[in-house]
Write a protein that binds this ligand. Structure first.
Ligand SMILES: [Zn+2]
Length: 305
């Protein structure tokens, strides 16, 4: 299966210069909600033309939108996330001495957790297609939260647009970001943060890597993709860094690394039985291979040239 030329059409750039990296697991949860029957995992595919990795499955973007509809995720939103810290630090550094009013747009703002953390001296807006989450965000922040891209007033431009943990949910990263560039002021910046498809452990564990497990994760970018995206859209990359999603003690990261290698070597049914044995109340448990071990997220800032 490894590096086999697939001929599958890339969701992002339509190239057929693609390679299969492995079989993804069938999963009976979606965006934090249990579902039946399980979603067929499909294949993990790499595109050599635009450098994304993507999930090749039966699900189209419309199916995904249906699956997202219907209530709010049961996920508890983890605070203390390093993507948020990086973003807030970037905003503070870039705009601390600005005299003019700065306008900021959060794409996929969920319940407004990040918007609420940004200095209220800035004009803040959100976009959230889940209407339940959008209503929650409005209540929490008292800000304008649109539920549809088309509802953003045409004349409104932004100095900073950011999107944390959203791009991996959309089948074409370029088709997602390119319209957002139209909404930027001349010196505006676009910030994207997500899992890093070029992470070393993702290469070692392939389709077993934890970030590829979730059926709602369908496209995976990296710094190499970002460079091509910048070149083709007349952008500079003014910041790109990989980071740990959460802070953990070194010994804990080492323990997770050792467990990752062990669980990567046993098949998934045995994997589930072992974890089910350890915790009899929850047989859906699984060990997330590679999670928490390395700097497996990437933070990228594009600026218009
Ligand atoms: Zn491609």
């Amino acid at each position: 299966m490894q590096n086999k030329k697939s001929g599958i059409i890339c969701n992002n750039c339509k190239s057929t210069n693609t390679f299969t990296l492995g079989q993804l697991p069938n999963v009976s949860e979606f965006a934090g909600k249990k579902i039946q029957p399980a979603i067929i995992g499909g294949l993990l595919v790499q595109c050599s033309s635009c450098n994304i990795k993507f999930r090749h499955s039966e699900l189209e973007q419309a199916d995904l939108n249906d699956l997202y509809d219907g209530g709010i995720s049961e996920w508890t939103v983890a605070e203390n996330r390093n993507d948020w810290k990086l973003l807030l630090k970037f905003i503070q550094t870039r705009y601390s001495n600005q005299k003019k009013e700065i306008s900021i747009l959060d794409i996929g703002c969920n319940r407004g957790e990040v918007l609420a953390k940004i200095d209220s001296k800035h004009k803040r807006y959100g976009l959230e297609i889940n209407s339940t989450a959008a209503a929650y965000a409005r209540k929490k922040t008292d800000l304008t939260i649109w539920t549809d891209y088309d509802k953003i007033p045409a004349k409104l431009k932004f100095d900073l647009i950011y999107s944390t943990d959203v791009i991996e949910h959309l089948s074409s990263p370029n088709a997602f970001l390119e319209p957002l560039l139209e909404l930027l002021n001349d010196d505006g910046v676009l910030v994207v943060s997500t899992g890093d498809a070029d992470n070393a452990l993702s290469k070692i564990f392939g389709a077993k890597w934890w970030y590829y497990y979730f059926p709602e994760h369908v496209a995976f970018i990296s710094k190499r993709w970002a460079q091509l995206f910048a070149n083709s859209n007349n952008l500079d990359i003014i910041n790109s860094s990989t980071f740990y999603y959460h802070d953990l003690p070194v010994f804990k990261r080492f323990k997770l690394l050792v467990m990752s290698f062990i669980f990567s070597l046993i098949d998934s049914s045995l994997h589930k039985r072992i974890l089910g044995f350890i915790n009899k109340n929850d047989t859906s448990l699984r060990f997330q291979i590679g999670k928490g071990v390395s700097k497996d997220h990437v933070f990228i800032v594009f600026q218009k040239k």
